[in-house]
Design a protein around this ligand. Structure first.
Ligand code: SF4
Length: 162
């Protein structure tokens, strides 16, 4: 059975930077009941506490962080890139362990966002781009969707070879 990596905050776990969570999502409940879900919060797994200061990637995106060309910073300038990178590699470890081809990651996060992230100015402005974990998983061939694309994720799952 194909497993799916899912951001833990989408499973109702209160791991978000502000101590919150998202959901419930019917499709994720189905996949949970089927035993497909591998839940992970890259930031918490990477060593950050909850709650924690918001972080953004000024002047770059997840791919640049992976390549050492940008950093993940809190609003006060604390560099949390090492924790973000560690969490991304732990996510990749789970992908390899379970042969995962599909991930559903929280939209807009500097770790998990797959289409948009915040622009690094802590002003709520979003730009096209992806978070550190989303970028690493995509580099390794994982199809990354968000909670806004659960129908697309389900279609991708149905199209995977048995
Ligand atoms: Fe953790 Fe990703 Fe959810 Fe942020 S978006 S709380 S890093 S699972």
């Amino acid at each position: 059975m194909h497993k799916i990596l899912v951001s833990r905050c989408l499973l109702g776990h209160r791991v978000r930077y502000d101590g919150g969570a998202s959901g419930p999502f019917d499709q994720l409940a189905v996949w949970l009941a089927e035993g497909r879900v591998v839940g992970l919060c890259p930031e918490v797994a990477g060593g950050l506490p909850t709650p924690r200061p918001a972080a953004e990637i000024p002047g770059g995106q997840g791919a640049e962080v992976l390549d050492g060309q940008a950093r993940v910073l809190t609003e006060t300038g604390e560099d949390v890139s090492p924790e973000f990178l560690h969490g991304a590699h732990l996510a990749l470890e789970q992908v390899r362990l379970h042969g995962i081809r599909i991930a559903v990651l929280k939209a807009n996060s500097p770790s998990c966002g797959n289409l948009l992230t915040y622009d690094g100015t802590f002003s709520g402005v979003k730009v096209a781009g992806e978070g550190v974990t989303a970028a690493l998983l995509k580099r390794h061939g994982v199809q990354v969707f968000s909670e806004l694309e659960l129908a697309e994720a389900a279609r991708a799952l149905a199209n995977l070879p048995a």
